[in-house]
Design a protein around this ligand. Structure first.
Ligand SMILES: [Zn+2]
Length: 232
């Protein structure tokens, strides 16, 4: 089961108010990704613990009271596990995962635990109210490249049909073994690592029904898909 609160499409439209506490998200799964109020940074959920990497390079463990406008989690259970070495092209590895997953037409969750030669991440800078479309703050996101770093990649593959509630293809976040850095993954090289894939049968999409801005907004759907492609 994949549980998602909010959608990427509504973030794109500038609905960035946190509408669910992280503690609620953690009740639905132990592995996942997300962001905080204002689309502040990157949330990484691993083994039932939520971490946060911000655009200033800060990193901390969340206590659960923080609110998120968009988060996705699953009770992770590997259906497919294998080991790889010397991956210089992340896309080759990800393409191989697509073939090993049950289908490209379902969601699946992945976990890569290993030694990375390089890990290239970015963190979304927090917006303050009044919020604007996400692409305006996405323009200013800092990027970091870490070398020789142990850690874990977590995230999801979204089938093309669902582009809009999430970004189709892979959306992956990283947390290092020491729990001191993390972020939204742009690219990586893997020395060696364990790959786990969890096929997902059910999508539970939760909407922020207590948020007046969400309930009353008219979203310009004509630009959502394009905006996602631009920044993800
Ligand atoms: Zn992300």
């Amino acid at each position: 089961m994949l549980y998602q609160h909010g959608t990427l499409g509504t973030l794109m439209a500038g609905l960035l108010e946190g509408t669910a506490p992280i503690s609620d998200i953690l009740k639905k799964g132990d592995l996942g990704i997300g962001t905080l109020t204002g689309c502040d940074g990157e949330v990484i959920i691993l083994n039932g613990v939520a971490y946060h990497a911000d655009a200033r390079g800060g990193f901390r463990q969340l206590d659960g009271t923080e609110c998120t406008p968009y988060a996705t989690v699953t009770p992770f259970q590997a259906d497919e596990s294998y080991f790889v070495r010397h991956i210089t092209d992340a896309n080759t590895l990800l393409d191989d995962m697509k073939r090993r997953a049950a289908s490209e037409n379902i969601f699946f969750a992945i976990k890569i635990t290993g030694k990375f030669e390089t890990m290239h991440v970015r963190m979304m800078p927090k917006q303050e109210k009044p919020y604007t479309k996400l692409k305006y703050s996405a323009d200013k996101q800092p990027e970091f490249i870490y070398e020789q770093i142990n850690g874990t990649v977590v995230g999801f593959y979204t089938p093309e049909l669902f582009h809009g509630i999430a970004a189709s293809g892979f959306h992956l976040h990283f947390v290092n073994e020491d729990k001191t850095v993390g972020g939204h993954i742009l690219d990586f090289e893997l020395n060696s690592g364990a790959i786990d894939i969890s096929n997902i049968e059910t999508l539970e999409q939760h909407f922020p029904v207590n948020n007046q801005a969400f309930l009353e907004s008219t979203i310009d759907h004509s630009t959502v898909a394009e905006d996602i492609n631009e920044i993800e």
